[in-house]
Design a protein around this ligand. Structure first.
Ligand code: FES
Ligand code: FE2
Length: 389
């Protein structure tokens, strides 16, 4: 019998009860521009978002401070939001602008407004448990050429993940091996860089199908591979993946977004979508089909991840081998969003780089695929996910 001292135990810990500080994407801006208020369940609360008559988006706490009416069922009047219960009119700054039946508005008629940002066709809400506005350098990048003919429109899908925490998604940023076992990918280059509020994964690889032919695989090079992906988290939840997929002579460039916001401390809404760079000579419908197909494939990949998250244990002390990525350093980076700004330590934000030597993994995976092909087992087709998750 193995002595108890020799056995590794799982330290499961517990999920944080506070929610990450940062910009959280809550969907496409077009979805909020239908003249209606939208209730969003996020950060353990309810938020209401609407576009005023001037077109600007606004976000407030979802329940009216008068008698608790659900503002998500209200009406947009001019730039303000009228509560469905007694029609108090709330402005985007959180102040009650008017009470149609009253002589005057009580001076304390003020509710909480949430900082809101619109960028690249997405809407972001700023969450900060300390109640401070975002620092200027903590923002979301503008995508070159977005909104022009250069790119297709966003595809967009979402799913609610229950009984889990977003740390599981973020962990995948450094998890090279799961791309082989869960997503039918074969990573040949894998590197992470953490710095400030960003965390990047450089991934290059090939497919099971290509590897199964036994053709030599170019290991350790980022450029020139059939799939290359540079995926960066800007803050705790918005992952931008600049993706290049080559099919023979043709290369498809796309931007894949994977983003989540917490609904409660133990559930989150995962959203994903992409824009594809138009290829000269291909018409709009074809481009749209390409984007939809790729998004569907990515969706399959997420379901495979979710299946793992649904059944796995939370683990604060993962047991790692050399070919695993820097899970502990990644979690230290992620921790910065869960502590007060004054408690952020240099270890959480200083630049950190780590490249995995993929030589042994690729050799082993390729021989496994070649052997399977020889026994008649067909290798699966395209990878179902790259870009961090
Ligand atoms: S509860 Fe909103 S106006 Fe009365
Ligand atoms: Fe994954």
């Amino acid at each position: 019998m193995t002595a108890v001292d020799d056995v590794r135990s799982i330290e499961a810990g517990s999920a944080p009860t506070r929610f990450a500080r940062g910009w959280h994407c809550v969907g496409l801006s077009s979805a909020y521009r239908d003249g209606m208020p939208h209730g969003v369940q996020a950060f353990g609360e309810k938020i209401v978002i609407w576009a005023g008559g001037d077109g600007a988006l606004r976000a407030l706490d979802g329940y009216c401070r008068h008698m608790g009416g659900d503002l998500g069922n209200g009406q947009v009047v001019g730039d303000d939001l009228a509560c469905p219960f007694h029609s108090w009119r709330w402005g985007g700054d959180g102040r009650c602008q008017e009470i149609p039946y009253a002589r005057r508005v009580p001076p304390r008629a003020r509710t909480r407004s949430w900082p809101i940002l619109e960028r690249n066709g997405h809407v972001f809400v700023w969450n900060d448990p300390e109640g401070k506005p975002p620092a200027d350098d903590v923002t979301i990048p503008v995508f070159d050429g977005y909104g022009t003919d250069e790119w297709t429109d966003w595809t967009w899908d979402e799913l609610l993940v229950k009984n889990s925490h977003s740390r599981e998604i973020v962990d995948n940023m450094v998890d090279m091996a799961h791309f082989f076992y869960i997503h039918k990918g074969l990573p040949t280059y894998f590197k992470n860089v953490f710095e400030g509020h960003t965390c990047t994964q450089y991934y290059a690889g090939t497919s099971h199908e290509a590897a199964a032919t036994g053709a030599p695989i170019d290991i350790g090079r980022f450029d020139g591979q059939s799939t290359t992906s540079t995926a960066t988290y800007f803050g705790p939840s918005y992952l931008v993946d600049w993706l290049e997929n080559s099919y023979g002579e043709m290369t498809i460039s796309s931007i894949l977004i994977t983003t989540h916001y917490p609904v409660t401390a133990t559930s989150f809404r995962l959203q994903y979508g992409m824009i594809v760079k138009r290829i000269p000579g291909l018409d709009d419908d074809t481009m749209k089909t390409v984007a939809q197909k790729m998004t569907a494939l990515i969706g399959e990949g997420f379901l495979a991840d979710v299946e793992i998250w649904k059944h796995k244990s939370r683990i604060d002390n993962p047991l790692l081998c050399e070919e695993d990525g820097p899970v502990y350093q990644l979690r230290r980076w992620y921790e910065q969003f869960y502590v007060d700004v004054a408690d952020i330590t240099p270890e959480m934000t200083q630049r950190f780089e780590f490249e995995i030597d993929t030589t042994r993994a690729v050799e082993s995976w390729q021989s496994q695929l070649v052997a399977a092909a020889q026994t008649g087992a067909t290798a699966s087709d395209e990878p179902s996910a790259v870009g961090g998750v």
